[in-house]
Ligand binder design. Structure first.
Ligand code: NAD
Ligand code: LMR
Length: 326
């Protein structure tokens, strides 16, 4: 049996965490031979609710769960941690503009970035789920100067999985028949879900669907899926977000399948002419705990304009919180 690894989850008494913690503790994230210690962070008023979640975790008697630590102090929750899933964030309140939301969350993610920098494992892998995820990840990374910015990522795997599901339904196939799906850019409704390189059972996906379906159906459905779920459920996606967070970390730690790739929002390095200094979702392959941007893809004029639009939004988000980047 391997030594236990430490996994921190923030917003641990929230909706997503209620699905996420049980997946991590059961081995879905890091594999059936990897014991874990959960280190859970919440704000002080939610500590009582968090104690209830811990009772339930204990009642599952998970063989892989070695310990659970709870705290409202980031320096306790991030101590020596190997994996951090930053889920807790301030939701948008009445009358709040996107800029207000960015600022409110900037305070949370700069504090957490500093704590990670100070006390976490030097090999930590960080996934930001809390919205606006890409820019929150940028803030956390910029507050952790002793770590590589590439250790901070944001989640577009839910968008990736949504895109797989839509294309599978349209082509009468299963999601596992589809390879090389790509989400470019921001986890927002400017994202660009791109099937240009995708295959379905080895055949080019683009040849199986028409451009009108792509532009009028597929792209807007994936872009607006979060809002559609909020409208239908009266609450934002939770179980699917938890599943995607588990997928993101598992792929990063354990690798992509041969011939396939996934989407991760990572610090742009200028690849595909995206400006460095933003967290942009790219197609990546993962091996030995490291991700690599897939290079050399041909970009059509249509794709270029979509990729630029979502880059513009990320630049605007960065401009709104630039004064908080260290
Ligand atoms: N990237 C994605 O694909 C994706 C998908 C779904 C939801 N989200 C986002 O994930 C976030 C969480 O969603 P949820 O449904 O679990 O929300 P929730 O409101 O149910 O839970 C959030 C929890 O975070 C806690 N929290 C707030 N500030 C904190 C802080 N400073 N430190 C620690 N904990 C803190 C709250 O007390 C709450 O328990 C939201 O921002 C949501 O928009 C992202
Ligand atoms: O869209 C939202 O606000 C919620 C979440 O980010 C989602 O994609 O489901």
């Amino acid at each position: 049996m391997k030594q236990p690894v430490r996994v921190t989850v923030t917003g641990a008494a929230g909706q997503i965490s209620y699905a996420l913690l049980f997946r991590i503790a059961s081995g879905s994230m890091l594999g059936p031979d990897q014991p874990v210690i959960l280190q859970l962070l919440e704000i002080t008023p939610a500590m009582g609710a968090l104690e209830g979640v811990v009772m339930e975790l204990n009642d599952c008697a998970f063989p892989l769960l070695h310990d659970v630590v709870i705290s409202d102090d980031p320096e306790v929750a991030f101590k020596d941690t190997d994996y951090a899933l930053l889920v807790g964030a301030r939701p948008r309140g009445p009358g709040m503009e996107r800029k207000d939301l960015l600022e409110a969350n900037a305070a949370i993610f700069s504090t957490q970035g500093k704590a990670i920098n100070k006390v976490a494992s030097r090999d930590i892998k960080v996934l930001v789920v809390g919205n606006p995820a890409n820019t929150n990840a940028l803030i956390a990374a910029s507050n952790a100067p002793d770590l590589d910015a590439g250790q901070f990522t944001a989640m577009t795997r839910l968008d990736h999985n949504r895109a797989l599901s839509q294309l599978a339904e349209k082509t009468g196939s299963h999601t596992t028949d589809i390879k090389r799906m790509t989400i470019w850019g921001n986890h927002s409704n400017t994202q660009y879900p791109d099937i240009s390189n995708a295959t379905v059972k080895g055949e080019a996906a683009a040849a199986m669907v028409d451009q009108a379906w792509l532009e009028e159906n597929f792209i807007p459905t994936v872009q607006e899926r979060g809002a559609a779920i909020i409208k239908a459920r009266g609450a934002s996606s939770a179980a699917s977000a938890a599943a995607a967070a588990t997928d993101h970390m598992r792929t990063w730690a354990l690798g992509t399948a041969d011939g396939d790739w996934v989407s991760m929002a990572i610090p742009s390095d200028g690849s595909y002419d995206i400006e460095p200094g933003i967290m942009y979702s790219y197609p990546v392959t993962c091996k030995d705990g490291k991700y690599t941007i897939v290079q050399g893809l041909e970009i059509s004029e249509f794709s270029r304009s979509r990729m630029d639009a979502t880059e513009d939004e990320l630049r605007q988000e960065r401009a709104a919180i630039e004064h908080l980047l260290s």
